[in-house]
Structures are given as C-alpha cells and as structure tokens.
Design a protein around this ligand. Sequence first.
Ligand code: AP5
Length: 217
Amino acid sequence: MRLVLIGPPGVGKGTQGQRLIEHFKIPHVATGDMLRAHVREASDLGKRAQAVMSKGNLVPDELIQEMVATRLREPATHEGFLLDGFPRTVPQAVGLAIILERMDVQLDAIIALEVRQEILLTRLTARRTCAHCGTVYNLVIQPPKIMGKCDNCGSGELVQREDDQPETINERMEVYNRQTAPLLSYYRPTGLLHEIDGDGPVEVIFQRILAVLPAGK
Ligand code: AP5
C-alpha cells in the first residue's frame, strides 16, 4: 500500500498514521518527525530547519524533496509506505510524481483529513509528546495513565512541541490554507483523493479511512 496523508496541523495525521502503518505493515515516512530528528542531531539540515519550523513556516521544498527521495530509495519502502505531511505544496507534489515515476510505482490513495479550526487549536494546545520515545498524548482525550509519566517508556519528560504555542499554531494554520490546501484541487482529478471527516473518536476515523482504501493491498 502506498498512501499519502494530508491535512492541517493537529488534524490527526500522526495519530491515524500510526494505526495505518501497524495495519498495513508499511514504513511511516513523516517529514515533521524526520525534521525534528535532524534538529535534535543538530545536522546541517536540522540547523536550517529549526528556525523555519519554530516560526510555523515550511522548510524549503528542495531540502524536503531530497530528504524524502533519499528515504524512498531505501529498500524498506519499496513494497509500500505512508507519507505523512508530504507533499505539502504543489511543487512538492510534482517532485513526488517524478520520484514515483523513477521507482515505477503509483500511489494507491491520498487521504485528506478535515476538522474545524477551533477543534484543531484545542487538540494542539493539549498535545504532549514523550521526549524519550516520541509517544503522543492529549491531556484532554488521551492522557497518560499517571499524569506526567509516559505509559510506554516510563519517562517523566512529557513536553509540549515548540510549534504548539498559540501564535505559532495560527501561523501554521495560515501556511496550511495558503500553501497546502491547493493540493486538494491538484489531486482531485486523479480520482485517488479521499476527503475524510477527522472529527470523532480515533477508532471511528480509522474505520472511515479503511473503508475508502482499495481492498487486497
Ligand atoms: P508536522 O510534524 O508534520 O506537523 P503538522 O502538519 O503541523 O501536524 P501535527 O504533527 O501538528 O498534527 P497531526 O495532524 O499529526 O496531529 P496529531 O495526530 O499529532 O510538521 C511540523 C513542521 O515541520 C511544519 O510546520 C514545517 O515547518 C515542517 N515540515 C514538515 N513537513 C514539511 C514539508 N513537507 N515541507 C515543508 N516543511 C515541512 O494529533 C494532534 C493532537 O490531537 C494529539 O494530541 C492527538 O492525541 C490529538 N488527536 C488526534 N486525533 C484526535 C481525535 N480524533 N480526537 C481528539 N483528539 C485527537
């Protein structure tokens, strides 16, 4: 299965992405996570990305393109993958089409999750991530069993993402509307785009996604 997951900040790409990769046993190619790993390692790309990400803007297309192309050249992605947060601009979508053509493969579906903006803001301000293992919580709907402690690895470091401050969230929403939303018109004529209501319980949304995916993949 070769999938693309797009949608505004906080819509649930990471949450649904985790379920999809477990269900289809495919690698999760999440550009936000990859960039944050570069920032932690203080690589050249990480240094360039940090300033842009902390303001809520997009990392330049050519840097992202190269990072994704390198990942898709790895044997682990040859049988399938889930792209989460990429493409995010029309030029990135054009770049992806070229990469896939070279690999002689095609996408099976593009899932666009949609949720009202007020809900996105509530979700993002309540998000906490384990600094050690990356498990994502939500203080309102999905808190850890012991407050402040990661259920998965026991770490006491549940942190708020730097870009989850209200003013940065607003900028990320604007960037989404300006630069990423045009992807919907770009992908609609392909017949592969499925626009899915991302409001409701996590499992219900997951079933909505599974229902539109091609069977037997
Ligand atoms: P990225 O990490 O991709 O962030 P994003 O797109 O802003 O999305 P988020 O991770 O904030 O949200 P999500 O949709 O994954 O939601 P989640 O499942 O966590 O990108 C970060 C930055 O990197 C960008 O701003 C940009 O600078 C850069 N970047 C990345 N890709 C790039 C690219 N291609 N080009 C250029 N720059 C790029 O859920 C959010 C919260 O809601 C969680 O707490 C969760 O528990 C909760 N939640 C999830 N589902 C539900 C539900 N159904 N009901 C209630 N709560 C829910």
